[in-house]
Design a protein. Structure first.
Length: 115
C-alpha cells in the first residue's frame, strides 16, 4: 500500500529530478552584473543603477543609483527631476520590474483618446 507521501510525488520524475528543476531560475540576473539596469517598485517608484549583486529572493544591490521622481501634479508621470541615492539594497518583494537601461525609451501612450 502506497503512503500519502509516495502518492504526492509525480510519476514523471524522481525526487532528484524535482530538486534540479527547483534550482532553475526564471530570471537570470548574472548577465546584467556590473551593467546599468532600471528597476520599478510597488508604489510606482523607479530607479536606475549598476547591478552589483543579487540573491534568489531577488533582493538586489545597486550602485550609483538614481531615483526618478514623480510629477507633483500627476503621480502617474515621471518628472525630469532625479535624486542621487548612491549604493542601495532593494528588497525583492518590492521589485516589480527589472530591465536593462540601454534599449529602453519612453513612447507616447497609444491608448489616450484626443479630446
Amino acid at each position: 500500500m502506497a503512503s500519502k507521501i509516495e502518492k504526492s510525488i509525480p510519476a514523471t520524475g524522481s525526487p532528484a529530478d524535482l530538486k534540479e528543476k527547483k534550482k532553475e531560475r526564471i530570471l537570470d540576473l548574472s548577465r546584467y552584473m556590473d551593467k546599468l539596469i532600471r528597476v520599478k517598485f510597488t508604489g510606482g517608484r523607479e530607479a536606475a543603477g549598476i547591478l552589483k549583486g543579487y540573491d534568489p529572493l531577488l533582493n538586489i544591490v545597486l550602485d550609483n543609483t538614481v531615483e526618478y521622481l514623480r510629477d507633483s501634479e500627476d503621480s502617474f508621470k515621471l518628472s525630469e527631476d532625479t535624486r542621487q541615492l548612491g549604493l542601495v539594497v532593494c528588497r525583492g518583494t518590492a521589485v516589480v520590474l527589472i530591465c536593462p537601461a540601454d534599449g529602453m525609451e519612453a513612447i507616447p501612450n497609444p491608448f489616450i483618446q484626443p479630446e
